[in-house]
Each structure stands twice: as structure tokens, then as C-alpha cells.
Design a protein around this ligand. Structure first.
Ligand SMILES: *Cc1c(COP(=O)(O)O)cnc(C)c1O
Length: 308
């Protein structure tokens, strides 16, 4: 299945006389869209080609990735097992959606994950269900490919608009989206400056994983001789206490962007990235440039936020 091109449009935001644009991957027309949808399309194409009859994946109980996988598995009649390694007190909307899609949910402690999923894979193999284990967030070469393709799509869209893009900002979690965008830029002479805002990892670990993911993917596309430069602008200063935690600056960012743009951001990913983008623009004194923010989705988490 071919992915549909998501729109890019200008924002009203005018900090430091920059032109801000937004890539609306949140508007992709499947299960509230987002970056996990783009990765999932490529994995499910692979499942079809390889006669995969069951999928197992993992995440927190608010995982956008798990929602997309449950929905696409339902659509394509593939048995779906979702392993939640984090259970919150309130049921997040993504859990409710996954339940509604009748995926089989397993709650497992993170330290028991490896043993548990190996047993599950064995059981499914015995039942001739040809299982595929998809790591959290859709991490893997096909996930990276989704955002390599997106990088090329973005450059084409700006070319059509006759605008030279200077910067890209977005939220980085497993680093799959980031690795794909950075490989695209690397193969395009790094003409754009890419800043990622971490929502989970500290700098050293984050950069190591991104390099590793880029190298795995370069090998996969038979470009392993291409060298990744030293510079990776990965920011861990906007974690706000860690994954899923947030403070008043994030609440204010969500309120400001809804008021100014009519666009909803979630407190776990996109609002942190948006806040980080504005801080970096001020800190680096970036002005009169063309800046793209990628909206990577996460609408159900926005609704959890309203319920908090
Ligand atoms: C998963 C997710 C991200 C992070 O993407 P990675 O490829 O895991 O780095 C960003 N934004 C949203 C809304 C997400 O669900």
C-alpha cells in the first residue's frame, strides 16, 4: 500500500521573524495517523509478502504504535498480540481503542518481556500462525525507511512551494523517525539542519542508538560506505523530568498552539518538541529562516491530557 502524502502548511507562529511550517503527519487518514502509521504500512506490506498470520508488539498502555498495529491487524485479518510493559491507573484512550479492536492484550513487567515474548512466539509457531515480533515503536529498517521516504517527500513539497528549507524539528523517542530523516539528509548533502527533541533518552545513549539505526539502514539500502558525520543535534534538555512527565511550560505550549493555530499537541511527544523548537530558535538566535515542525501524531494522548 502506498502512503498518502500529508500536507505541509504555514503556521502563524512568527518568533524571530522566521517562517514556520508544519508537516501534518497527524492528519494521515488511518486511526488518527501519525508516524507509527507510516512505519506500519511498510511492515504490513512485508507481512503480506511473507505470509505472516500473527503479529506481536510491545509498548506502554498509551502507545500510539500499539494502537496503529492493532487497527491495521484488524483491518487485514492478522491475529494481534499487544504486550503492555507499563500500566497506568487510568485507562488511556489508546488502551480503550486497542480493546475495542479486540487485540489480545498482555500486561508484562519490563524485566520479564524477553522470556514472555519468546514463549508467545513459540506458542504461535506451534499453532502455525507464522508470528512476527515487532519491537516497540516499529523500530527496525522498515521503520527507518518510512522516514527516509518522508524526508524525500518533504524536500519535494518545499521544491514545489519554491521555498528553501533551513531547519527541521520533531520529537525523538525510539530514534527510528530521526534515523530515517537523517539518512535522507545525509544522502542529500545535509542541506537542512535537523534538530531532534528527545522525549525519553539522554544525549549519549540517544545519539549512539541513532548512529546504530542509521548504520543498520545504510547497510540495508547497500550504502554502508556512506559515513555519518560527527554532528547530530539531539537535545535532551526538554525532557521535563522524563518520558510522559510534563510541567506548566508544556501545558502552556499546548494551550498557545491550540489558540494560535487550531492544532492539538500531546504532552508526551509533540508539545515537548514544539516547546524545544522555540527554545532552540531563541538560544541559537535563528532568524529569517524557513523552519519545519513535523507533527508526528498522538491525538489520543491529547485527550488523556484533557482528562488529567
Ligand atoms: C512514537 C512517537 C514519536 C517518536 O517517534 P520515534 O520514531 O519512536 O522516535 C513522536 N511523536 C509521536 C506522537 C509518537 O507517537
Amino acid at each position: 500500500m502506498k502512503s498518502i502524502v500529508s500536507p505541509i502548511h504555514a503556521l502563524n507562529e512568527s518568533l524571530n521573524n522566521n517562517n514556520f511550517y508544519i508537516k501534518r503527519d497527524d492528519l494521515l487518514p488511518f486511526s488518527f495517523g501519525g508516524n507509527k502509521y507510516k512505519k506500519a504500512i511498510l511492515y504490513f506490506d512485508y507481512f503480506k509478502e511473507n505470509n505472516i498470520k500473527s503479529v506481536i508488539t510491545v509498548g506502554s498502555d498509551a502507545s500510539n504504535h500499539c494502537r496503529i498495529i492493532a487497527n491495521m491487524a484488524k483491518q487485514r485479518n492478522i491475529e494481534c498480540h499487544i504486550i503492555f510493559t507499563k500500566q497506568s491507573n487510568k485507562k488511556p484512550f489508546n488502551t480503550k481503542i486497542i480493546k475495542n479492536l479486540e487485540a489480545i492484550i498482555h500486561y508484562v513487567n519490563p524485566e520479564d518481556l524477553t522470556a514472555y515474548k519468546n514463549t508467545l512466539i513459540n506458542q504461535l509457531e506451534k499453532k502455525h500462525k507464522n508470528p512476527y515480533y515487532l519491537p516497540s515503536g516499529g523500530h527496525g529498517v522498515l521503520g527507518t525507511k518510512a522516514y527516509h521516504l518522508t524526508y524525500n517527500e518533504i524536500m519535494k513539497q518545499f521544491k514545489t512551494m519554491n521555498i528553501e528549507l533551513d531547519y527541521i524539528f520533531f520529537a525523538s523517542g525510539t530514534g527510528t523517525t530521526e534515523a530515517g530523516l537523517r539518512v535522507g539528509n545525509l544522502l542529500n548533502n545535509n542541506i537542512v539542519t535537523i534538530h531532534s527533541i528527545s522525549v525519553v533518552r539522554l544525549k549519549e545513549e540517544g545519539i549512539n542508538i541513532i548512529r546504530e539505526t542509521m548504520n543498520d539502514y545504510l547497510k540495508y539500502i547497500k550504502k554502508s560506505t556512506v559515513k555519518i558525520g560527527k554532528n547530530i543535534d539531539f537535545h535532551d534538555n526538554y525532557l521535563k523530568g522524563g518520558y510522559t512527565k510534563y510541567d506548566d511550560t508544556i501545558k502552556k505550549t499546548i494551550a498557545d498552539v491550540v489558540a494560535l493555530e487550531g492544532i492539538m499537541l500531546d504532552p508526551v511527544y509533540t508539545a515537548k518538541a514544539y516547546y524545544g523548537m522555540k527554545e532552540i530558535v531563541k538560544l541559537h538566535n535563528i532568524n529569517n529562516k524557513n523552519i519545519l515542525f513535523i507533527h508526528t501524531g498522538g491525538a489520543p494522548i491529547y485527550f488523556d491530557f484533557l482528562n488529567d
